[in-house]
Design a protein around this ligand. Sequence first.
Ligand code: NDP
Length: 503
Amino acid sequence: MTLLETLKYDLLIHGEWRPAKSGDRFDVENPATGECIASMANAGESDVADAVESAQTAFTGGPWSTMTGGDRGRIMWKMADLIEERADELGNLESISNGRPISETSSQMAVVASYFRYFAGFCDKIQGTTIPTSSSHLNYTTRVPLGVVGQLTPWNHPLMIASKKLAPALAAGCTVVLKPSEWAPLTPTEIGVIALEAGLPPGVLNIVNGFGPTSGKALASDSRLGKLDLTGGTETGRTVAKLAGENLTPLQFELGGKAPVIVFDDVNVDDAVNGCAFASFIASGQTCIQGSRAIVQRAIYDEFVEKLSRKVAGIRIGDPTDPQTQMGPVISRPSFDRVLSYVRSSVDEGARIAYGGKKPDGAQFESGYFIEPTVLADVRQSMKVAQEEIFGPVVCVIPFETESEAVEIANDIPYGLGCSIWTRDVARAHRVARDVIAGVIWINDHHRLHPAVPWGGFKDSGYGREGSFEFINEYTASKYVCVRLDPEPVDWYGSSGTGRRLN
Ligand code: NDP
């Protein structure tokens, strides 16, 4: 029987599946039904310490560090093949654990595989430089992997985000301890099954499921990490930064967002409405670059609100494992309560619910955490709902008059991750792209992602970039070697030294 059939997972430490030393386990709930779907070993401090030790042994003494880049790449290609072979099964596991429709989760698996392939290609191409200074010295650099990387990942794209971190780390020659979110740990744990099948040596990938404040904290506090990489909420980022700061562990943070969708009045309104609906409601609005604020030029504002409301009324909400479903529940009871409390606060502050704003009617929605796709009109930038990350199926529609006002509203938040700009005016599109503070900007599109492009934010959205060639700087450090070629010996305190050159 495979691990998958039993839906009971242990910890992956040094190539073996082990229960937690304490014997503790925790349950995973299906957010569409409230049923328990899996039992996970719950890593304690000493399990995490074992996982880090295993990763350190694999880094310093194991075959991973001595293997050729080409051989590392071959294993990563095999992982990509296995992900593709198991795409439907992985998509299903993801749907029952985080509630995203199977149409979204299984099509995302092709992108997951592409991360392993893209970075596999770098394994034998990571190289340094030679630096000309003077004829007396040869200077060169090599790029060395950072060592053991700790990775803390969220539940909204569980396998995708784990893979965005895992693939470049492996390509660089690092070893990894991964702590997936307790809310949707199934597919990030399955990547351990896939890694072993693909031939990844013991200890190169360790997986310690558990809770943020316990196993996550133990990982973030471990002084042996060469780097800690978190995708999660901004508050978690602040907590983790303090823990890792004690050890001066290098950090990479992909944190919260509140992306503006800026719509100018020269667009085809139907196209912009379709783009905004996708931006705002994919994954039930639970993405870091969710189109959370549609900033719409006054001349088309009423038409936009009306058409967007009509569009979202047609979104098919339901069982995430049904291929016809277009939107599932939110992840949990606390998320459900939080999202609806934002809707209530917006109404208290004067916003108007143009569509949605509650649990959908029907017995099939009773035990799950379903919320209607919600369009809030007449939102002002000063409202709480326009400032804070809601992380649910709610879009605030905010009017503007001029281009500079649109940019001002877009930037008037603590976040700076994603933004989309909808206009037919090429020069304006580039001006606004220049002026909006965000790490990822789309023009006449939203939420496009590819392993070859950089991903990351400014301000409270974090620092560091995932994806692209830039990963080489994120997972390796340069090491500089200086070789004296000059045959003449130097004796600074003798006659040949002083008076020539200090350093
Ligand atoms: P969380 O911040 O709650 O959790 C992220 C990870 O950190 C989880 O593995 C979590 O474990 C762990 N964690 C939580 N608390 C601690 C702690 N004190 N010490 C160590 N680890 C901890 O985020 P969510 O999972 O709820 O994901 C949603 C958030 O992620 C949103 O804010 C979203 O914007 C952001 N995000 C950002 C992306 C980006 O690219 N910038 C992409 C996707 C999401 P556990 O779950 O067990 O608590």
